[in-house]
Design a protein around this ligand. Sequence first.
Ligand code: ADP
Ligand code: ASP
Ligand code: MG
Length: 450
Amino acid sequence: MSLVVAKFGGTSVADYAAMNRCADIVLNNPATRVVVVSASSGVTNLLVELAQANVTETQRLALLKKIAQIQYSIVDCLARPDDVTAAIDRLLSRVDVLSQQFQADPNKATADELLSLGEQCSSQLFAAVIRERGVVSSAFDVRQVMRTDSLFGRAEPQIGELKSLATEKLLPLLASQLIVTQGFIGADAEGRTTTLGRGGSDYSAALLAEALDADAVEIWTDVPGIFTTDPRLAPNATAIPEISFNEAAEMATFGAKVLHPATILPAVRQQIQVFVGSSKAPELGGTWIRHQVENPPVYRAVALRRDQTLLNLHSLQMLHAQGFLAQTFATLAKHKISVDLITTSEVNVSLTLDKTGSDSSGQGLLTEALLQELSQHCRVRVEDKLALVAIIGNRIATTAGICQQVFSVLAPHNVRMICQGASPHNLCVLVHESEAADVVAALHRNLFEQ
Ligand code: ADP
Ligand code: ASP
Ligand code: MG
């Protein structure tokens, strides 16, 4: 029997009406046995605010109230609210206790436990909505199977353990009920709650699909598929009916928020097809991400990743010497930082930091300790307020005329850095944050709307 894992993002489970639209989608396909939910829209942001140091008691209480309002507005619509009231009350009192604990002793472990409560609430509520439709369903605590390391805020799933735990504890349940579970969260070997980084629910769904040998993962969101660029940036962007794993992975990596960057990895490993569609308008169809597609175009999409940091390293030691990059990368690896783009000159190296794995509580990657360590072997200059624009496609490095076309569009803008050639799938430019939206719109007009 085929098995589908369906994931619903924050806006898709924002309120009772939205949850019911998702229930229609789930119940329309008998192969859907596992549902992965995000926290209801806005809840994780409120939890992130609670997980900041120096929140005053008045602010804390106001945040708790807002979170409770979102959850109770759903409970109050249920035909049998008693079904979940006790569970939601218990979770909200955990928010209260943990947010107090965090103010007394701010640490990442407490922050992660706090952040996990949004998904814990929404999964209880969604399972209740499904039960209301007369279908046997329960909220399954994903921490029983989603084993991660202990890097709170951006924990790494342990694929082997996840697979054996899911086979033992989750798979047997699917024959008798529809399982609703949490995206974004996991637990380390000691049972401590961890999170996978913001937007991580897509990744959770793909990981669970891999662990359960599912046939497809569906990512239900607020847009009917993956578009040629973020439709918020270019009103004429269009949905892409079919896209390859490679192209989709590049898009996600370079900022197309519709998919968490790591989502494609499990799908590729297991050759699982991924569908992206709108829970508000499932009839519009969406995008299928497959291993291979016919006639992939040269230009597929434009992606934008804001909030980029450029590190400029200068050292005379680099001149005709060896080992400088090895030393730099060793330092970055020690601080668990993955390098993104890189360009070099005689005595300079410029690199951008990959924030895609950045912390769930929004903390930057660049720490004082890292800067100090780098400064021991070179002069470090940090530039921010930059944005990375990536043109995603195929045969980019081997097709003549691409640079001319792209650079003529970029003529009025200052380009801080260019990367092209390493991958056949992208050409990236770093521009000032304030120009980014214009650059994306202009590229989209010229490459996709002619
Ligand atoms: P969810 O809460 O369902 O995970 P997200 O907000 O994380 O939803 O992702 C959906 C959003 O991604 C869309 O509303 C859209 O603005 C943005 N987005 C960015 N790039 C793209 C793209 N290329 N195609 C579609 N949506 C995109
Ligand atoms: N709720 C988490 C977030 O807002 C995870 C997700 O929605 O994917 O980042
Ligand atoms: Mg998302």
